[in-house]
Every structure is written in C-alpha cells, then in structure tokens.
Design a protein around this ligand. Structure first.
Ligand SMILES: Nc1ncnc2c1ncn2[C@@H]1O[C@H](COP(=O)(O)OP(=O)(O)O)[C@@H](O)[C@H]1O
Ligand SMILES: N[C@@H](CCC(=O)OP(=O)(O)O)C(=O)O
Length: 372
C-alpha cells in the first residue's frame, strides 16, 4: 500500500457513488447480481458509516415504460426516473435485507446542499440514519430537478454529499478502473494512479460517457467531482465497481485524487464551484466593501443594476462596477421585482410595500466570496 492512501484505510465516514453503467445489464434494466455484489462489500465495512449515492433510476425505468434508449427530453427522463427509482430502491432494500440491514431513500437537488434550512434538514436526516444503522441511498430528485436546479450528474452530487456529511473519503465507482491518460479503449492509454492537483490533469483527454445511453457525464464530471471534494479536504478514489473492496481497503487500485484544500466548513461549496449563475447584480463601492470586508448581507440600497432573468432562490453573481465578479449568492427576489427597490432602504420599503420587503436581497449566510 502506498503511504498516500493511509487516509483511505483510516476513513470512517465514506460516500460511495456508483454510476448507471455499473448497475445495468447490457440489454438494459437493473442487474440484480451487480447490486448484490456491491452490497456484499458495503455491509462488511465494520466500524464505517457509508452513504451510497446511486444512479440508475432512469436506466431502470426505460424497459418498464417500453423505452428502448434514454429519451432526449427531460419530461420522459423524469418519468423514467420516477418509475426506475422505485425499482432501484426496492432492489437495494432486498439486497441489504439479506444482511438484516435497512436502507433509507434520500432524494436531493442542488439547492438542498446550499439552502440553510434544507442543508440542515438533509444533514440531520443522514446523521439519524447513521445513528439507527440504516444505509442512506441518495439520488438526485429527478421529479423536481429542472435544467436550472439539477446537479446534472450524480458525480458532483456525490462530492457535495461528501462535503455535507463531512466524509473522510469519496469513492467513485464506474465501468472503467480509473482515470486514463487518453481514451481507455485505446491500447496506448494507461491508467493514472494518482492525481496530486489540477496540474497533473494537463494533457489528459477527458471523454464523455462510454456505453451510449447509459452513463451521462463521462470522465469530465468525475474529475470535476474529485476537484470539488479535494478542495474540501476529502480524498477521492475512482475505480471500477468490481474493485470496490480493494478501493475501500486503501489498496493501490484505480486513481487516487489527493486532497488539495483544507476541510471546508461552510455549506456553500456548490455555490462557489458547481452552480451556474442565472444573472447578476451590480454593487456600488459601499456595498462591495460591506460584502467583502464586513461580512454583511446585500441590501437593495447598494445595488445599481440588475442583469438577467433569475427568480428568487437561484444563484446569481455579485459584480463590482467594473464588471468583476466578487461573490455568488442565493437571491431572495425575482429579477423583475428588483429595479423598483434599488437604492432604497429596507425600512422605507417595508413601510411602503409591506413587511415582506424588509428582507435582504442576499443574506450573508447565502453568500460566498470568490477568490480575487
Ligand atoms: N480519460 C478517460 N479515462 C477513463 N475513462 C474515460 C476517459 N474519457 C472517457 N472515459 C469514459 O467515461 C466512462 C465513464 O463515464 P460514465 O459512462 O458517465 O460512467 P458512470 O455511469 O459510471 O457515471 C467510461 O466508460 C469511459 O469510456
Ligand atoms: N438521477 C439519475 C442520475 C444520472 C447520472 O448521473 O448517471 P451516471 O452518470 O451514471 O452517474 C438516475 O438515477 O438515472
């Protein structure tokens, strides 16, 4: 075992993510044997707490709905996920029951990992499931996830969940046994055993998903997810589902991504790294200072412009008057509501428009500063 993987063998709280490609048969549909093989390993991790992030809902729902491939439109993908998620959970429930273990279904969207109340609730539920010995099985809440709020892939969801539960390790399982320096189907490509930072990725060809119609993100989203976890101080092992026992033991399998940052405490990792801002507000110099130097909330009085078509709850950028992005935050108003509020004090607005207008445009707890 290489010294670098001591943190893997020592890890107590672990997020394991498995992709659709590792759970389905070549003909499509869930592969019960592969689910059982994974569960056989997970139940043997004595003294460890495991969160399983499992894809496969859409893939599992295709055949029962008479679909021959992954539909292009979101509505039919969501319908397939709705049918497939039940089947997926039923499969995990039966598989863990062989060992007398319970599973708990946890469906999340991006906003759940950053909105204060949702974040706390999700954390509390997961923590309680651990305390009661049940295994949380997480997936994206495909029914309510739209283009704006979906993670888009479960790799990043897994990284954010690892951050949420303060995991010591993230394991990404796929149908390929690690990151390759080129297309893994080419005989000249070789596995990268370790990534020590973004510099090691220069020149590596990151392709899209392998088996058409099954996986979604390919290597791009896995490497992004590893980066998010690493920045939060969490080591990552990427390997094939068939290697999960070795990966969890700290053996030199797959690709190990070394943590680059310190353990982050905030809940706003997603906002800084994985969100797509839906618009922006422009701040005057006083508001820039309030936000960057004094840790204040953003009030209507300090805003001089509104850009884009966002709605309340979405992530937006905060820009200074030169157009530089200084922060991101979850906005409390729709873009169309803001112009008449600008430059005015919250007290004045509350008097004129009602107490609902006393709220900040962005609360300081929903705001993350970007590095200069
Ligand atoms: N540089 C690379 N190294 C390894 N795999 C790669 C690379 N580029 C593209 N891939 C492809 O990424 C696929 C895994 O992604 P995906 O199908 O989305 O998996 P999953 O369903 O497990 O999330 C592999 O099957 C592989 O063909
Ligand atoms: N929520 C979707 C996740 C899709 C997804 O990210 O798939 P994958 O690239 O196989 O991890 C599902 O369960 O089908």
């Amino acid at each position: 075992m290489t010294a670098a993987r001591q943190d893997v063998s020592d890890a107590r709280r672990i997020v394991v993510k498995i992709g659709s490609s590792s759970l389905t048969t070549a003909a499509g549909g869930l592969d019960a044997d592969r689910v059982d093989a994974l569960v056989d390993v997970l139940v043997k991790q004595d003294g460890r707490q495991i969160v399983l992030v499992s894809s496969g809902a859409i893939a599992a729902g295709l055949a029962p709905l008479g679909l021959t491939g992954r539909p292009r439109d979101l509505a039919r993908q969501q319908a397939a996920a709705s049918v497939g998620q039940g089947l997926l959970l039923a499969r995990y429930t039966a598989s863990f029951a062989r060992y007398g273990r319970r599973v708990g279904q946890v469906l999340l969207t991006t906003t759940d990992t950053s909105r204060r109340a949702h974040y706390r609730n999700a954390y509390r539920t997961l923590d309680q499931l651990f305390a009661m010995g049940a295994v949380p099985v997480v997936n994206e809440n495909d029914t309510v996830a739209t283009d704006e709020i979906r993670f888009g892939d479960n790799d990043r969801l897994a990284a954010l969940v690892a951050h949420l539960v303060k995991a010591d390790l993230l394991v990404l399982l796929s149908d390929v046994d690690g990151l390759y320096d080129g297309d893994p189907a080419r005989p000249t490509s070789s596995r990268v055993p370790e990534v020590t930072g973004p510099g090691d990725l220069a020149g590596i060809e990151l392709g899209r998903a392998g088996r058409a119609g099954v996986g979604t993100g390919g290597m791009v989203t896995k490497v992004e997810a590893a980066g998010i976890a690493n920045e939060a101080g969490i080591p990552v092992v990427l390997t094939a589902a068939s290697q999960v026992a070795d990966a969890l033991s700290g053996a030199a399998t797959g690709t190990y991504f070394r943590p680059t940052g310190r353990r982050a405490t905030g809940r706003l990792l997603w906002l800084a790294h994985a969100s797509v801002p839906r618009g922006a507000v422009v701040l005057d110099a006083g508001a820039v200072r309030a936000v960057t130097e004094r840790g204040g909330s953003l009030l209507p009085a300090g805003i001089t412009g509104v850009i884009g078509e966002f709605v309340a709850g979405e992530p937006i950028e905060l820009r200074d008057e030169s157009g530089r992005a200084i922060a991101r935050g979850l906005v409390n108003f729709d873009a169309r509501e803001l112009p008449r509020l600008l430059g005015r004090s919250t007290r004045e607005l509350a008097r004129e428009l009602g107490p609902d207008y006393e709220r900040e445009v962005i609360h300081r707890d929903d705001l993350v500063l970007l590095r200069a």
